[in-house]
Design a protein around this ligand. Structure first.
Ligand code: CAA
Length: 399
């Protein structure tokens, strides 16, 4: 067993760390306070090549392995959750799913622009009445000649107003004996007539990020924009979540690291009874727990990144990593507020933002409860991961 990261991983970490600290952090407190998201951060990410991480060079990507994608997510979320969310939807849910399920022609059609960041991708599964029970979505795709006509709406869609294209799951056969077999997945272009989006306001966290609803009104999608076979939509969505959850798990470690950055500094500076609060054992206990969260969290997500590299199914492992790391990040952010006392309760310090941002990840991409049930079901033998017929390309990628 080899636990070492490569010099390339170190370079990726350094690049992503610098990018987050110099391109995402400046002005963030104001953007977050004013709930102001703009497309400019996407353009900066594209310029830095971040949006092409873990996409093969033959499609214009950075050709880095999947562990690198996790490291980028970790370092971006150390700066702000909104930047990591871009990676989750663009790289994880959209690009990696295209790499897994797209035909060669579809990959060549879409991946080069996505890798450069001249196009940004997002994901549409959740609907107002179907969140955890994704199998009950209602968006309908009706076959009509050589295209499908989509009607319906999706909600809680990250980058709803900024993404150029969406991987959307819709019902193609409402009479299928198993609902999961009556769905198909499509790439929907935001410029298609019948598309519109609307931002959601008043979020508890990730306020500098764009989230909203997308609507399809008699929106026509050419049949060659269907990803996978008709009826494969639920599997496409679930494998997309294998990639999205991985990026969320890695990003959660970044929140813990950010909490440690803030708490170690504050614990040296703030004194009580003539000594720094870092000397107080109850503060030390909270810092020690954060260190444990960071180290365990890395082991969990590195393992999933490695499983992606070598082509092993990893639904169970990535669910575990997402669930545990998000819990640990929320606990770390809670304790970071505690360590900062009243200062932690206002936005003069960043920890209140970590507290709000870390809460969302316990809901999106599978709630804490769904992940708890899934892990128990695996252990009890009620759920198992069979090998898939469509796998993510292994790394190193083919030339
Ligand atoms: N990859 C490929 N195929 C998969 C798969 C995977 N990871 N997981 C399941 N499948 C396949 C199964 O093999 C099965 O097919 P077969 O019958 O041919 O074997 C089929 O899909 C159905 O699978 P299950 O029986 O496991 O499905 P289920 O109904 O038991 O799933 C559930 C229940 C696990 C709760 C699932 O509905 C789920 O994960 N719900 C949570 C949804 C979720 O996370 N939503 C978040 C949306 S994204 C978001 O948050 C917004 C954003 O933009 C950030």
């Amino acid at each position: 067993m080899d636990f070492s990261l490569s010099p390339e991983h170190d370079l990726v970490r350094e690049m992503a760390y610098k990018f987050g600290q110099t391109q995402i952090l400046p002005g963030l407190a104001e953007r977050d306070r004013e709930a102001k998201s703009d497309r400019a951060s996407l353009e900066k990410m594209a310029e830095a090549g971040v949006l092409g991480v873990s996409i093969p060079a033959k499609y214009g990507g950075q050709d880095t392995d999947y562990i690198s994608l996790g490291i980028v997510c970790e370092e971006l979320e150390r700066a702000d959750t909104s930047a990591r969310v871009v990676m989750s939807v663009h790289s994880g849910l959209h690009c990696l799913t295209l790499m897994q399920w797209g035909t060669e022609e579809q990959k060549q059609r879409w991946l080069p622009d996505l890798a450069k960041g001249t196009k940004v991708g997002a994901f549409g599964l959740t609907e107002p009445n179907a969140g955890s029970d994704a199998v009950n979505i209602r968006t309908r795709a009706l076959k009509d000649g050589d295209s499908y006509v989509l009607n319906g709406e999706k909600t809680w869609i990250s980058l709803s107003d900024f993404a150029d294209q969406f991987l959307v799951v819709a019902v193609t056969d409402p009479d299928a004996p198993q609902k999961a077999k009556g769905m198909s997945a499509f790439i929907v272009d935001r410029n298609a007539p019948g598309f519109h989006s609307k931002a959601i306001h008043g979020k508890l966290g990730v306020r500098a990020g764009n989230t909203g609803q997308i609507f399809f009104e008699d929106l026509r999608v050419p049949a060659d924009c269907r990803i996978g076979a008709e009826g494969d939509g639920f599997k496409v969505a679930m494998s997309a979540l294998d990639h999205g959850r991985y990026t969320v798990a890695a990003g959660a470690v970044g929140i813990i690291t950010a909490c440690l950055d803030a708490c170690v500094k504050y614990s040296h500076e703030r004194t009580v009874g003539g000594e720094p609060i870092g000397k107080k054992q109850l503060v030390q206990q909270m810092i020690a727990n954060m260190v444990a969260g960071r180290e365990i969290g890395r082991l969990l997500y590195y393992k999933v990144g490695w499983m992606k590299n070598v082509g092993l199914r990893h639904t169970r492992e990535c669910g575990l990593a997402k669930w545990q790391n998000c819990n640990a990040a929320f606990q770390a952010a809670h304790d970071a507020v505690e360590i900062h006392g009243a200062y932690g309760y206002c936005d003069e310090f960043p920890v209140e933002r970590y507290f709000r941002n870390s809460r969302g990840a316990m809901i999106y991409e599978g709630t804490r409860e769904i992940h708890t049930l899934m892990q128990a079901e695996y252990e009890l033998g009620y759920r198992s991961d069979r090998p898939l017929d469509r796998m993510l390309p292994t790394w190193p990628f083919e030339a």
